[in-house]
Design a protein around this ligand. Structure first.
Ligand code: HAM
Length: 422
């Protein structure tokens, strides 16, 4: 029979990777809580329209990367490619538009049909924060501050550069569009086929093109920042002033447009050069138009998401899983006693293994291999004299204790170690 393999672009999170990812998520949730972001979760699939309109029919994510399918009842569904549209949909569905602001944290798998490479998967995980219900620049600064604190807590902030830009309001973009189109029309024949099509449907999308021929042309295109309305410019200045006051280093990137249609005003990315070509670890921005795109009221909102796998690669947090105690049977007679003792030790919160090899020597070898600090050895002789042998794995010393005192001995030993007494 043919050997089964994982689907391209998916990966098994084996214990080491899983614990690295949990480390990232646990640290992130603690920092997000300090800012008042509370954990919530949306379904992994949604009706297709939840993503198609807000992200943009012509965006790469919607046009080329979604996993969409019809279920058995004929409903058109999409596996979520990102969390923001789902979170806004959930806010509206749960009747929270009258109880603003709401601040959410989420983590979980996302799905995009992209070309897999290091740091780019078809199923990957994101953590994200969404601050929904304010148009104030202070909420943009809070979001960026929270993102920076999470990266700092993970020890990756110094490996990243924060790039910031403004996409302005609708009026700014309308003014800009005309000037951009007249510039691009001069190079129409040299643009990629996709971009030639976008020239009439969604010219701003061309700024985000990955095609080599487009990148060169876009380089000298007029920049959106020069077309900001007074209001939009004021918003951007207030955000960047707040960042400066908080000592958050940032750089202006006039070409930063982000790949999704729902953005306006502030757009930002934390980028590292420690991950090869997939260097964006965290991205976000303001998305004031998203609620109305989903049929909700006009709500100001801003947020970010980060790739958990990318953060895990950068944190290189490699703490091995360790057991505390091995309960080692010297003969078959001891089996049921070992099983009961292991259960009692586990109830005290200790991590216990019962090695299964057929010789004591091999069982002790396993105890060493899995990092046990103590081994409790019991056989018929010990059981008959209500005793057991304790082996201190670090120095090989051994002593006999009363079997009925085994649990309290273990508790005292590990509590003592924590206090540094042993
Ligand atoms: P995004 O830039 O599409 O934004 O994704 C955010 C982060 O997810 C990226 O910076 C990257 O670290 C990670 N990521 C994206 N695609 C992949 C992939 N194929 N494999 C591995 N990691 C990936 C959003 O998703 C927006 N929802 C962010 C946001 C929240 N904006 C406002 N609120």
């Amino acid at each position: 029979m043919k050997l089964m393999r994982p689907v391209r672009g998916t990966t098994d999170l084996m214990p080491k990777q899983k614990s690295q990812m949990n480390f990232v998520i646990e640290k992130a949730v603690v920092i997000a809580n300090r800012y008042g972001f509370q954990a919530m979760e949306t379904p992994i699939f949604e009706f297709k329209e939840v993503f198609s309109r807000p992200l943009g029919e012509s965006s790469d994510v919607v046009a080329k990367e979604t996993y969409s399918f019809q279920d058995r009842g004929g409903a058109d569904l999409t596996l979520r490619p990102e969390g923001t549209a789902s979170v806004m949909r959930a806010l509206i569905s749960n009747g929270l538009t009258q109880s603003l602001p709401q601040k959410f944290f989420y983590s979980g798998p996302m799905f995009r049909y992209e070309r897999p490479q290091k740091g780019r998967m078809r199923q990957f995980n994101q953590i994200g924060c969404e601050f929904i219900g304010s148009f104030e620049p202070l909420s943009d600064a809070e979001i960026i501050g929270c993102a920076a604190d999470i990266l700092s807590e993970l020890g990756v902030l110094e490996k990243c550069t924060l790039y910031v830009n403004s996409l302005g309001d609708n009026e700014s973009r309308d003014n800009y569009r005309a000037s951009l189109v007249s510039y691009l029309l001069e190079y129409k024949e040299s643009l990629s086929v996709d971009s030639q099509r976008r020239l009439s449907s969604n010219p701003l999308r061309i700024l985000d093109s990955k095609a080599k021929e487009d990148i060169e042309i876009v380089e000298n295109a007029p920049k959106l920042l020069q077309f900001l309305t007074t209001q939009a410019k004021k918003h951007f200045d207030r955000v960047t002033n707040l960042l400066d006051l908080a000592g958050i280093d940032w750089q202006l990137d006039k070409k930063l447009v982000r790949g999704l249609d729902y953005y306006s005003h502030t757009a930002f990315e934390f980028v590292t050069n420690g991950l090869g070509s997939q260097g964006t670890v965290l991205g976000g921005g303001r998305y004031d138009g998203l609620s109305s795109m989903l049929g909700g009221p006009n709500i100001g909102a801003v947020g970010f998401a980060a790739g958990v796998e990318r953060l895990a690669l950068l944190t290189e947090q490699t703490e091995d899983f360790k057991y505390d105690i091995a309960v080692i049977t010297a003969d078959e007679y001891a089996e049921k006693h070992a099983f009961a003792l292991a259960k009692d030790l586990r109830s005290c919160g200790l991590c216990v293994d019962i090695p299964l090899a057929n010789q004591i020597g091999k069982k002790l070898k396993r105890a060493n291999l899995i990092g046990c600090t103590l081994s409790f050895i019991i056989g018929k002789t010990e059981i008959n004299s209500n005793s057991l042998q304790v082996k201190f794995m670090e120095n090989g010393e051994q002593k006999q204790i009363n079997k009925s005192e085994a649990v309290s001995f273990a508790k005292n030993f590990f509590e003592g170690r924590i206090k540094g007494i042993q």
